[in-house]
Design a protein around this ligand. Structure first.
Ligand code: KG4
Ligand code: ZN
Length: 340
């Protein structure tokens, strides 16, 4: 391989974060993200508002990523962008921008699957970070995704389990909404869970076969439970908030760990790499650590900025595809339901 420096720009716009990053070979030079605050007052992402905000943010975010990386756009070798899955209006902004820029610079365009990128984020070169070895299980847990993926090579992956309704982050956020917490509620539930009793209240775990997940019934169970308790004591939530949060968190983590146990048993793969915003959760991190001792797992948790939606993960996939001359056609289209 030549010792030439390969510079790739990655662009991510699948949901409510407009992000751009520059990677040189496997190392991230810049990782810029503009998160959209506008959705907080609605308690969830409003697609129409998201695409408008991407439109406003994309040029300054890309300019900043190049500036922070200390390179000119003329030095770029390729542009990688998120093709899907995600919100169509959001994806179109990043796709159109990436196409125009690649066309203007006369360099290759590389389409990236957002879900593959969450998993391949583990291959970003970071001092002190040990990359997973193949085969491993990737578990992507966020506000938009809940998947277990068998990963045999960079581009040889298979989804072996996923949610049939809500994502795990939604279970946090919707439970938070019922409790009157702000959006997104995951971080606050996590914080309060540490102060409460995880066994104070019981929520039944959903019965979904195999490696699939379901969280919509869980949210309803929380709703009915709270409605019932508040009827008897209007101050129930404020008086017991930490215990409620701890019990919610305990149940959710139990669901995730049960499925991981089953997945490691079925595949006989004990290396587990997690990604997505919920991987910030202190309880899941502890449960994975415990799994190392109890079940002989080896677990990988990347730096937080590479685990929530970001463009560094798009850039690393861009680099891996660049090495394989795997480029997109100029008529490539955004795909809201793109599969792994
Ligand atoms: O990956 P991400 O930033 O965006 C996508 O949804 O794709 O994930 C955001 C999700 C939200 O649902 C948020 O509540 C959840 O991650 N989250 C957490 C924690 N930090 C973020 N959930 C539980 N515990 C946390 N500490
Ligand atoms: Zn994501």
């Amino acid at each position: 391989m030549s010792s030439q420096n390969i510079y790739i720009l990655g662009i991510e716009s699948s949901c409510d974060d407009t992000a751009a990053a520059v990677i040189c070979n496997g190392k991230i030079l810049s990782n810029v993200i503009a998160s959209q605050k506008i959705h907080e007052e609605y308690g969830g992402v409003v697609p129409e508002l998201a695409s408008r905000a991407h439109q406003q943010n994309i040029v300054p975010v890309v300019a900043q990523a190049l500036k922070k990386a200390g390179i000119e756009q003329s030095q770029l070798h390729a542009i990688a962008f998120t093709r899907g899955p995600g919100l169509m209006g959001s994806l179109l902004v990043g796709t159109s921008f990436a196409k125009s820029m690649a066309y203007g610079l006369n360099i290759p365009l590389i389409d990236v699957n957002h879900m593959q990128a969450h998993i391949l984020a583990h291959f970003i070169d970071e001092e002190g970070y040990e990359k997973p070895i193949f085969p491993f299980l990737g578990m992507t847990i966020s506000g938009g995704h809940t998947q277990i993926v068998r990963v045999d090579d960079y581009f040889k992956m298979e989804v072996i389990g996923e949610t049939i309704d809500d994502a795990v982050g939604e279970a946090y956020d919707k439970s938070g909404k019922i409790l009157g917490l702000g959006y997104p509620a995951g971080p606050e539930i996590d914080k309060r869970a540490k102060l409460g009793n995880p066994k104070a209240y019981q929520f039944t775990k959903p019965k979904v076969g195999g490696l699939n997940f379901s969280f919509s019934g869980f949210k309803t169970a929380v709703l009915y439970f709270i409605q019932r308790e508040v009827k008897a004591n209007p101050n129930f939530i404020t008086e017991n908030l930490n215990d409620i949060c701890a019990s919610i968190q305990y149940t959710i983590i139990g669901i995730l760990i049960d499925k991981l146990k089953l997945a490691t048993k079925e595949t006989e793969i004990k290396h587990i790499a997690i990604g997505g915003g919920v991987s910030a959760n202190s309880g899941i991190r502890q449960a994975l650590k415990d799994g190392e001792k109890k079940f002989g797992w080896t677990t990988y948790v990347p730096k937080f900025e590479f685990t929530t939606d970001n463009a560094a993960m798009i850039a690393i996939v861009g680099y891996l595809k660049y090495l394989e001359d795997d480029f997109a056609e100029s008529n490539v289209m955004a795909s809201a339901r793109l599969k792994i």
